[in-house]
Ligand binder design. Structure first.
Ligand SMILES: *[C@@H]1O[C@H](CO)[C@@H](O)[C@H](O)[C@H]1NC(C)=O
Ligand SMILES: *[C@@H]1O[C@H](CO)[C@@H](O)[C@H](O)[C@H]1NC(C)=O
Ligand SMILES: *[C@@H]1O[C@H](CO)[C@@H](O)[C@H](O)[C@H]1NC(C)=O
Ligand SMILES: *[C@@H]1O[C@H](CO)[C@@H](O)[C@H](O)[C@H]1NC(C)=O
Ligand SMILES: *[C@@H]1O[C@H](CO)[C@@H](O)[C@H](O)[C@H]1NC(C)=O
Ligand SMILES: CC(=O)N[C@H]1CO[C@H](CO)[C@@H](O)[C@@H]1O
Length: 762
């Protein structure tokens, strides 16, 4: 073993050299300078070059150039800077924030390559056929689009709205004629990215808006795909595929490649989408929850802030880092943050044992095994390679199995190393020529795995125990794995998806996040066609992730916007939030995947119910001023806020984090209610969008011991009364410590306006 001294001499000098030189190495930085200037592009560009030349030495003048230039909704640029230059520039008067470019990830977990299917959107049919009175344009910030998919046909669609200023960029495999009245715009970016060290590595750049990942086509068709009858994934999840708002237009901004989405490009794409005239921006990407530090260093939060200021709604996925708390991202109050649920559909991949017993597992396979023949069955730990630790062999760790003893058998393993994905375990078994793989995994990671042609299934630990017992009590155990069938789920649905990121939000615990939940497990939607020999290409596939939940909310929002064109994004968000459902298909309160009642930190206010959202009665309007106050309360300087919002806004005299709870948000979160002192009062106001002469009465539903009072208790909306304030006070003296969840409902006439609260009694 190395002595401490040796270790020091080994590492310490390296460390010094590394930091010394990494200071000098130019890296890609984003320089954010607040809201857009009124000057034209060229003038702004020359201003920014001028600014760069004040920090970059003359001998490096080659670096005085802008990689991305932002000048529409926001102002700023990205460029190659050394650490010293960056810190000098950060102190410059016009600079609001400056941060290194990083790579954001698409919110389908690639390693899981999930599946499952939802052929009938839960909320579709009938009324979704509404003749739109307003032509909604959705901007997708994603990995491109496959324009030939039947989901993007434009039959029956009218002229493109004249306010549209976007373009259809061409590439070697993408022509102007690939755009139509459904897919009205498509852009791509020369995606640059700096890796660690001296190299500026060019990420895989496709000089075309065409989808190369299979994510953008899926999300776009979920949000606004045309109706396509008889879509399925190889016969699974058969039914009609259609987006949440089949009449809406789509514009694709390809900011991502297979390697992820550079934040500098993502910001550029948002800036372009706003300039082009989209109504709603849908973003199914984000940073790791561990990297969240500040909204002003988060490209999505910055872009979304300016979108909101200009009346463009932004809907984002909340991330796939659940079930741990504090993992929710894209959680700024001006972002509509989406959690994922599963739906009432299941994929069963049955295990048949030599003794005739069958067990239901879950997976999607293209297995060619049949009932008539079973194969030798072996537990990983019994067929370990020489010198392999048993703990590795029992979980199919790469290199841990003896290929000689795997060949021709069905293998069973446990899923105990989370870093070794199901995909890798499948490859381990497949490479060793196993006949199939059974994985024992309690949670199934929340989504069935697509094992392609390889027979695969996943069972819970109780079933796994029975199969292992069969192996132990038989000399020649055998098994086979039957092809997948999809069956209507008899279990409750929706249920919070295991992977869905959870609140509270690290950056603002006084805003309840996520906001809302939508289907995100096993969603059938359009993809890059997959050619399977001798068959029709597969044009639809089943994917899971908050990536899939987000466009459901985008589509639902577009639908509401088409019926209520005058509604602002906060009104649409409120309508969806106050009408969401908190019950599952068995009429019971929503649960999480371990069967416990789900909290608003998992579900937000509940699962969307878009038809009800068309007529919410009352809405909570969250104004620009609310967002600016939020920035004050959370510590931004008045100067920063003014440069972001181009106003003379003054922060309230006493700004504190606690005041965030009173921002006019459609839910309530109080991160600290002192148990000894007990009282907190917050304010809200509601705007009437329903019938006149309706009297609303408030009722609270709260856990035992938490006293909730509303003042006034009733509100009547008569002519000329549009917006009415009210107060809610919480008395936590008798409450149990920790988060207390409940709701407050304003009922009147045909309406029921539900407002969820989360109060942390300490
Ligand atoms: C970094 O790259 C530049 C230009 O590509 C080169 O001139 C310089 O020598 C490199 N520095 C190091 C430390 O490798
Ligand atoms: C639907 O697709 C299935 C197989 O994909 C096919 O057998 C069937 O004929 C199709 N039905 C219609 C109405 O097109
Ligand atoms: C479900 O909720 C219970 C109670 O809040 C919690 O203990 C459990 O960890 C949750 N399970 C998952 C998978 O989130
Ligand atoms: C299943 O397909 C594989 C190749 O994909 C082939 O090697 C195998 O013999 C087939 N098994 C049966 C039972 O048809
Ligand atoms: C509301 O009530 C007022 C006063 O009673 C009445 O004049 C008015 O017509 C009513 N409006 C509607 C829409 O019912
Ligand atoms: C989901 C899926 O593709 N299942 C297939 C499994 O394999 C059998 C036999 O090839 C197919 O009939 C199933 O459709």
């Amino acid at each position: 073993m190395a002595s401490l001294l040796q270790l020091f001499s080994l590492f310490f000098p390296c460390l010094l050299i590394y930091t010394a030189s990494s200071n000098q190495i130019p890296k890609h930085y984003i320089v954010y300078m607040g809201s857009s200037s009124e000057v034209n592009d060229e003038a702004a560009e020359s201003d920014h070059l001028q600014l760069l030349s004040t920090v970059i030495p003359r001998q490096d003048s080659g670096r005085i150039s802008l990689i991305h230039h932002y000048n529409h909704a926001l102002r700023g640029f990205s460029a190659m800077l050394t650490e010293n230059e960056a810190s000098e520039l950060a102190g410059h008067d016009g600079v609001v924030s400056l941060f290194p470019d990083s790579v954001l990830q698409l919110h389908t977990t690639r390693s899981w390559d999930f599946l499952e299917g939802q052929s009938r959107p839960r909320f579709s049919h009938g009324s979704y056929q509404h003749k739109s009175s307003y032509d909604v344009i959705i901007g997708m910030i994603d990995g491109g689009i496959w324009p030939e998919s039947p989901s993007f046909r434009d039959e029956g669609m009218g002229e493109i709205p004249t306010r549209w200023k976007g373009v259809c960029m061409e590439g070697p495999d993408f022509k102007k004629s690939n755009c139509n009245r459904k897919l009205i715009g498509a852009r791509y970016y020369n995606v640059l990215h700096t890796s660690n060290g001296n190299k500026t590595t060019q990420m895989r750049v496709d000089k075309s808006p065409r989808d190369t990942v299979g994510h953008g086509t899926h999300t776009a068709s979920t949000a606004a795909g045309a109706q396509v009858d008889n879509a399925s994934y190889n016969g699974l999840a058969q039914g009609t595929a259609r987006g949440g708002s089949p009449n809406a237009r789509i514009a694709m901004y390809k900011a991502c490649s297979e390697d992820g989405c550079p934040s500098s490009t993502t910001l550029k794409a948002i800036d372009d989408a706003i300039k082009d005239g989209v109504d709603i921006i849908s973003i199914s990407i984000g940073m790791s929850s561990l990297l969240q530090s500040d909204y002003l260093k988060d490209p999505i939060a910055i872009g979304a802030f300016h979108a909101e200021q200009l009346g463009v709604m932004v809907v984002c996925s909340g991330g796939n880092e659940g079930p741990d708390p504090f993992t929710i991202i894209n959680a700024a109050p001006w972002i509509f943050t989406v959690a994922a649920s599963n739906i009432d559909r299941d994929f069963q991949s049955t295990v048949l044992l030599g003794n005739g017993r069958t067990f239901q597992g879950s997976a999607i396979n293209f297995s060619n095994l049949t009932r008539s023949e079973t194969y030798p069955l072996a537990y990983g730990k019994d067929i370990a390679a020489k010198f392999s630790p048993i703990s590795e062999a029992r979980s199919c760790y790469p290199g841990s199995l003896d290929p000689e003893r795997v060949k021709g058998k069905v293998i069973i393993c446990v899923d105990s190393f989370p870093i070794v994905s199901r995909e890798i375990k499948k490859l381990v078994a497949e490479d060793a020529q196993a006949k199939g793989l059974i994985l024992i995994n309690e949670n199934g990671k929340g989504a069935p795995f697509d094992s392609g042609a390889f027979p695969f299934t996943e069972v819970g630990s109780a079933t796994g125990y029975k199969i292992l017992k069969y192996i132990n009590s038989n000399k020649n155990p055998t098994a086979t794995i039957l092809p997948t069938a999809d069956v209507p789920r008899h279990r409750p649905a929706p249920v919070v998806a295991y992977f869905s990121s959870r609140g509270p939000s690290v950056l603002a615990e006084n805003i309840l996040k996520p906001d809302i939940m939508a289907p995100g497990v096993a969603i059938l939607a359009a993809v890059i066609p997959k050619v399977v020999q001798g068959k029709k290409p597969l044009e639809y596939a089943i994917k899971s992730g908050t990536s899939m939940a987000c466009p459901h909310i985008t589509g639902a929002s577009a639908f509401i916007k088409s019926v209520h064109p005058k509604w602002t994004s906060s009104m649409i968000r409120s309508a969806l939030m106050t009408t969401a459902t908190v019950y599952d298909n068995m009429g019971k309160p929503l649960t999480n995947s371990s069967g416990s009642f789900a909290t608003p930190h998992e579900t937000g206010v509940g699962e969307i119910s878009p038809l009800k959202a068309l007529n919410p009665g009352l809405v909570f309007e969250t104004t620009s001023e609310d967002y600016l106050k939020f920035l004050c309360y959370s510590g931004s300087s008045e100067k920063t806020i003014r440069s972001m919002a181009k106003t003379n806004f003054k922060c309230p005299r006493k700004s504190s984090d606690n005041l965030i709870s009173s921002i006019n948000y459609p839910s309530i979160s109080i991160s600290r209610l002192d148990k000894t002192r007990g009282f907190r009062t917050i304010t809200r106001s509601v705007t009437n969008v329903g019938l006149l002469n309706v009297t609303y009465t408030a009722t609270a539903q709260a856990p035992l011991g938490l006293k909730v009072k509303v003042l006034p208790k009733t509100i009547t909306f008569v002519e000329n009364v549009r917006r009415v304030p009210f107060r809610v006070s919480f008395d936590g003296r008798g409450a149990s410590t920790g988060y207390n969840f409940g709701s407050l409902t304003w009922s009147g006439g045909p309406y029921s306006v539900r407002m969820v609260f989360a109060v942390n009694v300490k």
